[in-house]
Design a protein around this ligand. Sequence first.
Ligand SMILES: [Zn+2]
Length: 512
Amino acid sequence: MPASLIRSRTMITRALDRHRWEEIADGAVLQEDGTITAVGTFADLSRRHPTVPVVGSGNEVLLPGFINGHHHVGLTPVQLGSPDMPLELWFVTRMVMRNVNPYLDTLYSAFEMITSGITTVQHLHGWAPGKLGEVETRCEDVIRAYQDVGMRVSYSFSVRDQNRLVYQADTDFVASLPAELRGPVQRWYDRFQLSLDDFFAVFETLHGRHRNSSRVKIQLSPANLHWCSDAALTRFAEVSRAFDVPLHMHLLETAYQKEYARRRGGCSAVEYIDRFGLLGPQMTLGHGVWLNASDIDRLAETGTCVCHNCSSNFRLRSGVAALNVLEAKGINTAIGIDEAGINDDRDMLQEMRMVLRAHRVPGMDDEVPTAAQVFRMATSGGAKTTAFGERLGVLEVGRAADMVLIDWEQLSYPYLDEETPVLDAVLQRAKATGVRTVICDGEAIYNEGRYTKVDRDAALRALHNDLQKALADDEVERRKLSKMLLPHVKRFYANYFDPGAHEPFYRPSSRV
Ligand SMILES: [Zn+2]
């Protein structure tokens, strides 16, 4: 990448604490080959580097690129006919997923992410049918979409080696069903053919292939406690250490998952994975809605991170995560948009606003999310949960040149009180339509409404055209199966636990 000088009206380089951040008026960044080599004022840097091309008009706010800490798919479940439901039932409605082209699907959500200033995504690839070779091809299709569009991806293919439809062994679940459903459910299980060794082979192959890439890193994701056998958890601890890669694991998304852990190990889910040595700064827990007080203390003690998926927790009735408590305990947190945010898209500006608003409990103490906190979660906090780590999330010399320029006019016209802090204005008022330029690895991948590397209209047209074809036989069968299974799955969970046994931990206050 050639050098460029990115100028701004105001540059926000990093969050310092819950209330302070570093800000440079008329700030600029010099980047060379994707790395920041100087930070200062535009006047000074342009004098020292008069021939370097300038990006930005001087009427934008410059911030580090945002990090979507938890992402799975392109077309949203709603788009594919799977309505919002309590998570455990929603898993079954997700069977209606069509056979979508993974490359075009990934591009679709990448466009949405980039438009809202996201430069890096934690892509947790969920399900891929077939044998090892077919799965690897699909993984590469996803990764290639990010490469083509220019985003950074921390990619993992999630491991599920048990309990794939409900919190019960696959064979037991099939046996519990009426005879006419057993065949179709078994066929559904049989679509997914990876053995535990295969899952780790996928990781090793991808990790080897992409080890020298600046925008792709491969890491590990145990899909969730109920989906991973003890053998899988043991392997994760070993492989994470051997390859020095982070892990991202859904955990305690719902009360049912809390009860599942109690049944499996007589303990909390956090205590269970702790037995395998899986806690620590290399581990990020996705959701963590049903953590109890001692779980949270243990996460703080071990430096384990949490990815807060605010919209998703609302949409799938998971509950409200105790973000104010996590913050008070000093736990590193990220923001994940998960399948889709509250507007059924991947808008980080909106999701940051959700996080800012959703935890504003009554009272006057300094315990609710601040602009600086949410900004940190979306930048350096998120960075720590990816395989890129400290290279991202802050605008400073030596870090990656990933940034977003947001139009000041949109934030301030026709009037904005001059004492309103710039970061507050961004957090409260910025919209994707005000995102002017998005730079990843020193390269402008989005500028003035245009994706610079991929033809968005052609890609969306291809996705649309591809899905005009009639439903394939397997799609028709899954559609029927999903509807027929729903009452059985409801019954499975109906008496799963005594509702009084699991008070939600969520406490509105951080005073625990
Ligand atoms: Zn998820």
